[in-house]
Design a protein around this ligand. Structure first.
Ligand SMILES: CC(C)(COP(=O)(O)OP(=O)(O)OC[C@H]1O[C@@H](n2cnc3c(N)ncnc32)[C@H](O)[C@@H]1OP(=O)(O)O)[C@@H](O)C(=O)NCCC(=O)NCCS
Length: 176
């Protein structure tokens, strides 16, 4: 099932045929540097693939991201549930996730995906707010999130430090 399309990207449910490309990405130290810190083993990646990606049962999820000019799996993107500290999803909110294979970095693909999912989250899913948390060392991700129009809400300092960003639904005002 295709959920969304942009000029260069197509977003669809993950299928078993994606597992090798998914695992290769999760085993790439460059991709994992600021999201987990260490590459996953093949076994860990497979477990995660089976446990969280197949099948997506809700539109609030991460989607296989296909680069249309090459008909190639190049990552996963989407707006997934924003959980509170008790582990319960916060109604009306979502978290933006963008993961692109390192061979395709710097092509504007995360920005293109992010723009599409912000529109999708606000217009289709009627979210009030989309959030994202980024390791403060992840300069490329911070750049993308700033380009997408997110605002910095808070900074969390610790063994790993994070910026917490949010963007609010501009369409909400129209309903008043
Ligand atoms: C972060 C990530 C999604 C960006 O994907 P991408 O497709 O390369 O992003 P884009 O090409 O749309 O934009 C990248 C921007 O960051 C800039 N950039 C890249 N490396 C940078 C760095 N080290 N410092 C500052 N800016 C940097 C690029 O120049 C570009 O900005 P520009 O358009 O103004 O030139 C990708 O690197 C990735 O998947 N990383 C691993 C997973 C991850 O960290 N995800 C984010 C957490 S959810």
């Amino acid at each position: 099932m295709i959920i969304l399309e942009t000029e260069r990207l197509l977003f669809r449910q993950h299928v078993m045929a994606d597992i090798d490309d998914y695992c290769t990405m999760e085993m790439d130290p460059e991709v994992r540097r600021y999201v987990g810190g260490r590459p996953r083993t093949r076994e860990e990646a497979e477990d995660r693939f089976m446990g969280t990606l197949v099948p997506a049962t809700d539109r609030l999820a991460m989607w296989a991201t296909i680069y249309k000019p090459e008909n190639k799996y190049i990552g996963r993107c989407g707006v997934y549930p924003h959980f509170n500290t008790d582990g319960n999803p916060i109604s009306g909110e979502g978290s933006l996730g963008l993961y692109i294979v390192s061979t395709h970095w710097g092509w504007g693909l995360a920005t293109e995906a992010g723009q599409a999912f912000i529109q999708f989250g606000f217009k289709e899913l009627k979210l009030n707010r989309i959030v994202t948390s980024i390791d403060t060392r992840n300069d490329a991700s911070v750049r993308v999130i700033n380009k997408l129009g997110f605002e910095l809400i808070s900074t969390e300092t610790g063994p790993r430090s994070f910026y917490h960003f949010a963007i609010f639904n501009p369409l909400e005002d129209l309903d008043l």
